[in-house]
Design a protein around this ligand. Structure first.
Ligand code: MN
Length: 261
């Protein structure tokens, strides 16, 4: 085969270094924080790892672990079935979402300066319109990632930034989410914080608008990501296939970005 192909150019670019692979995934540890709901609701389990054998009498030549985790622990994917607004949509769980949706371009909106000054920063339609004036229209089928540099804003042991009145981290308001869903037809919204919604979004109208509108329209969520500062505003491609859990509402996963060097 002498004809240059798109996939050949891709693999040659990855091998030759003109396309970098950036890992947007946090390491799963027992300490990794999970979202906490008011005490009357069911709670998610934290990651647990139990050694089965490690080259010892339990298995002389092999090492392996059992693990326990919640569908929404660590860097993870939210499927439409996660929210009541998306519960009756077709192909709404991690095992039935069309696999081509797991590879998509990304637009990265950098609000790290704003978040450094205000941990309760709210992303609005206006911020996205300003971004588009500089970088062009957000294309249909793209992810919208909100870069906050969250790991630099809070200390590692205070990732959720919980206070007496709940969590404090940035997120979009309803107008921003509706713009992305209804006028831009994105594939989903991604964040470095513990959830795609704002920390105080229980008090928004409607509550948790990113979950409500995104999942109600069959869109996805990614959260607890890292390294969004290594992505360009446009031009990167996200590879994010969740585990194929039967009727799964979401799943921890490895999120990779292919980035032009
Ligand atoms: Mn989730």
């Amino acid at each position: 085969m002498t004809e240059p192909s798109i996939l050949g150019a891709l693999t040659a670019g990855m091998a030759g270094g003109t396309i970098k692979t950036v890992d947007l995934t946090a390491t799963l540890t027992p300490e990794y924080p999970v979202i906490e709901l008011p005490p009357e609701f069911g709670q998610a389990a934290q990651f647990q790892k139990k050694e089965i054998s490690r080259y010892d009498e339990r298995g002389p030549a092999w090492y392996w672990n059992d693990f326990t985790l919640n569908e929404h622990t660590g860097t993870h994917f939210d499927a439409p079935i996660h929210w009541i607004s998306g519960k009756d949509l077709p192909n709404n769980a991690v095992d039935t979402i069309p696999p081509q949706h797991f590879i998509a371009p990304v637009c990265v909106v950098d609000v790290s300066k704003e978040v450094a000054a205000d941990q309760d920063f709210i992303l609005t339609r206006g911020h996205l319109e300003n971004w588009e004036a500089e970088h062009g229209r957000i294309p249909a089928g793209a992810w919208l990632f909100m870069r906050s540099d969250w790991a630099k804003v809070v200390s590692p042991d205070n990732f959720k930034n919980e206070r007496e009145d709940g969590a404090h981290h940035p997120g979009p308001d309803a107008g921003c989410v509706r713009f992305l869903v209804e006028e831009r037809d994105v594939i989903g919204f991604g964040s470095e914080c513990v959830g795609t919604d704002h920390g105080q979004a229980f008090h928004f109208d409607p509550p948790l608008p990113c979950h409500f509108y995104m999942h109600g329209a069959g869109k996805y969520g990614l959260q607890c990501m890292i390294n969004l500062d290594l992505l360009p505003p446009t031009g990167a491609v996200i590879v994010a296939p969740p585990l194929k859990i039967e009727e799964g509402s979401g799943s921890p996963l490895r999120v990779l970005a292919l980035v032009p060097a």
